[in-house]
Design a protein around this ligand. Structure first.
Ligand code: UDX
Length: 463
């Protein structure tokens, strides 16, 4: 067993912990939408005086040079084990990843514990998708907090899975498609039995909740005024404490955890546009689109006449590494009012005064980032929790509109106009402004998320 690299001590000495239990270990799931909140949490804990040790896979490994105050411990996947490389089967990759790094994680964790002394380690925080990591930590008597990077509503839905089977919402019958799930409003019956990868999704779900239930507590990147009902439901349904300390990117110091290099030139480009006039378009770090949908979206955006900043990341069109191709004439038609980048500094783009709408896939981070900046959304969810997030955006928080059905240029054009220039859009924008204020209250002085963070620290010190 190779010893882990030597520690670099945290910049802050610890007033609160008096030198005892000053280490927090973190194990993120190595995907962008999971890395970002975990590093935000690391930033918060570090600012609070904890020394941070990040255990990580070599797949999508973090760059230690960006976080000189943290210690990084790679967890290698043994030769011959499946190493996730292809983006298409993310769920299969996630399942394989936890299993593949289990043995190496046990060695690394044991070695870190020897080195720091068990008593100096407050806890491990791990992503709930990594059930084997929770099991290993439990065997080594390390208390583990579960970070779920989705919404409280999504977590409540996973918790309700047995009920969904009991009441025959699942497995889905064709006749039930789109029926409301009365016990879990505003969810509808959506996933079809024939959906690709459903078996794997179920497996992932069936592992996520045991990770939460056996953990020493659940950390959620959400906030009270957005999801009070869902949080109360979770607290009733779970025996472990729940800490709603989001949106983490508003509580924690800025951090650079992008896997792709953000093209910052788009911020300067935005400067030239009037307030709230530009549509920001991004489908996150995983969702893909077909070449046909790219063409329809492009013509729809062009036809709307609305200025736009569009993130088309490498591999986004059909998961192919080849460059995407816009339809002929699109670039010439939109040159004056459109910019396409491979990756944007999204939080800053959403904060820019020129951005007035977000066409999003409704990944939880994107949703939370948009909510915090009061940017109304056009929702085009792709898979997993994104569907439920879109339902909440449109029907509960009323800060966006869903674009359903096949992507056709006329429909895209109409949806963009509806959000950016019509009366509907004005109402949604006003509502987004209200929710932004509520978010700021939760993350402000003595706000619910700050109080929840204080409770989390007290809890961590008691483990
Ligand atoms: C995935 C799932 O799709 C999502 O449903 C789940 O909640 C988390 O994991 P992802 O596709 O990565 O999420 O989307 P999202 O959760 O929105 O996270 C993307 C992150 O990348 C955001 O923090 C966003 O700010 C950042 N981003 C995205 C950029 O920094 N630049 C970009 O150009 C696009």
């Amino acid at each position: 067993m190779t010893p882990p690299p030597a520690p670099t001590m945290a910049a802050h000495s610890n007033a609160v912990h008096g030198g005892r239990r000053q280490h927090v270990l973190l194990f993120p799931l190595p995907y962008q939408g999971h890395i970002n909140p975990m590093f935000r949490l690391a930033g918060l804990l570090h600012a609070h005086g904890f020394a941070i040790t990040v255990l990580h896979t070599q797949f999508n490994a973090p760059d230690p040079a960006r976080h000189p105050d943290y210690r990084f411990v790679p967890v290698p996947v043994p030769d011959g084990s499946p190493v996730p490389v292809a983006i298409e089967d993310v769920v299969a990759q996630i399942l394989e990843l936890g299993v593949a790094c289990e043995a190496a994680f046990r060695d690394r964790l044991a070695s870190v514990l020897d080195e720091y002394s068990r008593d100096a380690v407050a806890c491990l925080v791990a992503d709930t998708h990594l059930l084997p990591i929770f099991e290993v930590a439990a065997r080594l008597s390390v208390p583990t907090l579960a970070l779920r990077t989705g919404s409280a509503a999504c977590c409540a839905c996973l918790l309700a899975y047995p009920m969904l089977f009991e009441k025959s919402y699942l497995p889905v019958q064709e006749s039930q498609r789109d029926m409301p799930v009365t016990e879990l409003p505003p969810y509808r019956v959506r996933i079809g039995e024939d959906d690709g990868g459903l078996r794997l999704v179920r497996e992932l779900i069936s592992r996520a909740m045991p990770a939460v239930k056996t953990s020493s507590g659940l950390i959620l990147n959400t906030f009270d005024s957005l999801e009070r009902r869902e949080l109360e439901g979770l607290r009733r349904g779970l025996a472990v404490p729940v800490f709603d300390i989001g949106p983490l990117h508003k509580l924690s110091p800025a951090v650079e955890s992008s896997l792709l290099l953000p093209d910052r030139s788009c911020l300067e480009w935005l400067d030239a546009f009037p307030p709230e006039s530009v549509l920001y378009v991004s489908f996150g770090s995983v969702a893909c689109m077909s070449p046909r949908d790219l063409v329809e979206t492009a013509w729809g955006i062009a036809g709307s006449g609305v200025p736009f900043l569009w993130v088309v990341r490498p591999g986004m069109v059909n998961g192919s590494a080849d460059d995407h191709r816009f339809p002929e004439g699109f670039e010439a038609a939109t040159r004056e009012r459109g910019k396409v980048v491979a990756w944007a500094p999204q939080e800053e783009a959403l904060r820019h005064r020129a951005v007035g709408g977000f066409w999003t896939h409704c990944g939880w981070n994107s949703t939370a980032e948009s909510v915090c900046e009061g940017v109304p959304m056009l929702c085009r969810p792709s898979f997993g929790d994104q569907m439920g997030n879109a339902r909440y955006v449109e029907h509960v928080w009323r800060v966006g509109l869903e674009v359903g059905g096949d992507l056709e240029r006329g429909r895209v054009e109409a949806a963009i106009r509806r959000l950016m220039t019509d009366e509907d859009g004005a109402e949604t924008r006003a509502r987004a402004g209200e929710v932004k204020k509520a978010a700021a209250k939760c993350t402000g002085e003595a706000g619910s998320s700050r109080l929840a963070f204080d409770k989390l620290i007290t809890h961590m010190m008691s483990l």
